[in-house]
Write a protein that binds this ligand. Structure first.
Ligand SMILES: NC(=O)c1ccc[n+]([C@@H]2O[C@H](COP(=O)([O-])OP(=O)(O)OC[C@H]3O[C@@H](n4cnc5c(N)ncnc54)[C@H](OP(=O)(O)O)[C@@H]3O)[C@@H](O)[C@H]2O)c1
Length: 327
């Protein structure tokens, strides 16, 4: 495993880290024992950073992460999130009382006295124009409840606005072969300010693994069933906002250019790591076998620039017209 700096935190984190949404819920049935074995496999591969949230399985993900870390006996950095417990999810809800309550709950779930990294969980755009919200986070740092804070965003413009706040240390954003716009302007701005970048949904909800077909089915409680058109949360979180059949057609083109000695999973993740501004990709994994494939990619060789150009042309032809200007 190779490690990269997470912005100005001074942490060296695994360049492929663990995304713990699926082990919490909203991805069909998951088995806690299997999830623990996926987390253990990740740690064995050298993963030292895990992304979770208070709402993933209503605390289930945070508790599994805490259990796996305890059993490993290692220092693993945990990034959790706050804000999505709000219903309705409004900018006004991002107030001192609510944020403190959410953080207290996460501290309990994680079994720690201080959260390593707290991220606002894709708040409404309005929140980025409320400096008082960031003052609340500054106060939490002073009180010792959290070490650092950052944001998880839907849109590039939110990412650009968030990094105007001097104590924002990280931005989590969708970045993958189907979501290339963050690399255009945001990455350079983030680098200038020493902001860590967490590339989420790196496999486009599993589509970039190449395993899906037009006959694939998903359980009712899997967001790949219930959020195809953004019915429950931002559409971009499911298959990166690309319409299913059109995504499959683009994946067929990517398969044609996938290096012979790589799987599609390795190709997709290695493509992300080619961007030096990215601190880490955070693929989700439900099983030890998935974890093993995902986290071994750090040992794969760099992609030649010709491959990067080929991916770009597939994006330009098949994906850009569908999503580029939406996020
Ligand atoms: N708003 C936010 O802040 C937000 C939103 C989304 C995600 N995230 C974070 O980003 C992380 C990653 O995104 P994501 O989980 O949405 O999507 P992802 O990483 O693109 O896809 C993960 C899914 O792909 C499948 N998969 C993973 N590795 C595989 C492998 N080697 N072979 C075959 N299939 C594999 C698994 O599902 P199946 O086996 O069921 O296909 C897995 O759950 C999340 O876990 C979460 O930590 C944050």
């Amino acid at each position: 495993m190779q490690y990269r700096e997470l912005g100005r935190t001074g942490w060296q984190i695994s360049e492929v880290s663990f995304g713990a949404w699926a082990i919490g819920g909203s991805w069909g049935a998951v088995d806690d024992e299997e999830s623990i074995s996926a987390l253990k496999q990740a740690v064995d591969c050298g993963v030292n950073f895990i992304d979770t949230a208070d709402v993933y399985g209503d605390g289930r993900s945070e508790r599994l992460v805490a259990q796996a870390i305890k059993e490993s006996g290692k220092k693993i950095f945990v990034a959790t999130k706050a804000g999505r417990r709000l219903s309705p999810h409004t900018a006004d809800g991002y107030n001192r009382k609510n944020l403190n309550d959410y953080v207290d709950r996460s501290l309990k779930n994680l079994g720690v006295s201080k959260i390593d990294l707290l991220q606002l969980h894709c708040p409404p755009t309005e929140v980025y124009y409320r400096p008082e919200v960031f003052t609340i986070l500054d106060d939490m740092v002073k009180e010792g409840k959290i070490q650092y804070y950052g944001v998880s965003v839907e849109k590039v413009e939110e990412a650009l606005k968030s990094i105007e706040y001097p104590q924002v240390h990280s931005v989590q954003i969708i970045f993958n072969m189907f979501r290339q716009r963050p690399a255009e302007l945001f990455f350079a701005e983030a680098k200038k300010r020493g902001i860590g970048i967490l590339a989420r949904v790196p496999l486009a909800s599993g589509m970039l693994t190449g395993k899906m077909t037009s006959k694939s089915t998903f359980e009712e409680d899997d967001h790949r069933s219930f959020n195809r058109h953004g019915e429950a949360f931002d559409r971009g979180e499911t298959f990166s906002g690309v319409e299913y059949e059109k995504g499959l057609a683009a994946v067929e083109e990517l398969k044609k250019i996938c290096p012979e000695d790589m799987t599609m999973v390795q190709f997709a993740l290695r493509w992300i790591l080619m961007f030096e501004e990215v601190s880490c990709a955070i693929p989700g994994a439900k099983t030890a076998a998935q974890a093993n494939e995902n986290f071994s990619v750090s040992e794969e060789p760099l992609l030649p620039m010709t491959k990067m150009d080929q991916v770009k042309s597939v994006y330009e032809q098949f994906i850009r017209p569908l999503v580029h200007d939406r996020w």
